[in-house]
Write a protein that binds this ligand. Sequence first.
Ligand code: FMN
Length: 205
Amino acid sequence: MEFYDAVNARRSVRQFTDEGITEETLKRIIEAGYSAPANDHFRDWHYIVITDKEIMKRAVNGVPKNLSVRDVDDMTFISDPIQKKSYQIAVPLQYRMLTEAAALIIPLMKKKSDILHPSSLSDLNCYASIWCSIENIWLAATAEGYGCNVRIPLGNEEQIAREALGIPDHFMIPCFIGIGRPREDAAEVKQLDICTQEQIHWNHF
Ligand SMILES: Cc1cc2nc3c(=O)[nH]c(=O)nc-3n(C[C@H](O)[C@H](O)[C@H](O)COP(=O)(O)O)c2cc1C
């Protein structure tokens, strides 16, 4: 797939077919992540790749399993109707989009600063860098005909994954990634129209 085709085809895929994904393909997709820019030049990210369903379930056991469309109504920060619809699609699928994926990928970044209490923007560089890597993976998966979703671990979700997988303390989990072959009828959220003419500024704001 051409680069701009992959960029424009990338979507959050939360419903998958039963088709598996080979280790070779997973390796190629994740290696694309290591071509991302890195603030400190190290690219010392690790990825745990899980295809065993029982281990996948144990790793994301902290993710809510029974959320419904109605739970989105309680999210008072949502006002835009298109954004609300996207949450109504995504929220009930949080657990299944990870456990029904062909593989669960867990990126790991080294804790190099107190990113939860940053003293400057640069304290977040390691977090920003691994997200560049994650986006490369997302695009590579799309180019290969697969789809991805991401979930940011909330509450004790990170700790549960850490214990289930033996992740050392000096690593943080920026997100969980579900990857697999998109179901033909996989729900697609409507995108907001971005008026690039208004948002791209030439020479001054
Ligand atoms: C930093 C970040 C955090 C996200 N967190 C979640 C999440 O926790 N659960 C989820 O289902 N999607 C999550 N998403 C996916 C967004 O909901 C999604 O990208 C957005 O609605 C646009 O839809 P699209 O990816 O299909 O283009 C996240 C995306 C980003 C970049």
